[in-house]
Design a protein around this ligand. Sequence first.
Ligand code: FE2
Ligand code: FE2
Length: 291
Amino acid sequence: MKAANGFNENSVSTTPLEVRPRRMRFPYEEMTSRFFYDDNPLKSALIASLSSTFPAGEGEFIESVRLFQDKVDDPELSTQIRGFIGQEAHHSQQHKDFNRALQKMGFDAVRVEAIFEKDLAWSIRKANPGQRLAFTVAIEHLTAILAEEFLTNPARLEGMEPAICQLLQWHAVEEIEHKAVAFDLYMSQVGNRKLLRLAMRVGLFMLIYRTSKYMCFMLAWSRTMPTWKQFMAFGRFMFGKNGLFRALRANYRAYFRADFHPWDHDNRALIETWKQKIYQQKYDLAKEKAA
Ligand SMILES: [Fe+2]
Ligand SMILES: [Fe+2]
């Protein structure tokens, strides 16, 4: 059935572009402080905390997709799944490198990585393949809308050390490129939208709870006590008039529409802008080798 937006509503493979991993490497060693984000310990710990969850989290995305990979008979979707796995595996690797650099700087993101691995294993211990894929779809939507915000509103990343900014922008671009792959797979193999919505509510709660917990760990382990001014700046950054929560709200809600599809919202232009204005060949391993 065709939806009003022209997409095939309950079916597979509606991604309007090629999903292909780029092999990048960013100079994390150029980071000058663990307060790499606006010189603010809380904003920096937030990104460090998210980064700590990426290696195991993206590993779970890959695993949950692989559980259904053999059942796919649409060649286009199969190709996209391979691209998705390649992109997520490479993100995982780059965030591991970033986490090691953070550890050297005094935020023990590597220790948090190990804690999250256990937390995640506990969370999925009783989940069936359909439930695991539903969580992947939900968290993929959250990463895609965060990615959109980072690329739409460059002011959001102001004050961030350039290497880390480049890492997040590249990651954001690929999150947008593959935003519908797990969704299309889920709709073709499981198709239960009620479960998708439940997974989003539980997934968002767990994400906020764990990210806050890991932020506290990293600040406590490094004996960092933010100043009042830094607390206030972080509060505005998250909950203020132009804060992250408000910026993400409409895109978050779109997920709960009865006929939602990630490409209802076509934001391919952001990828083009990145290619033309942000991408730097010196961080692209394939291009560097060829040059
Ligand atoms: Fe990713
Ligand atoms: Fe992703």
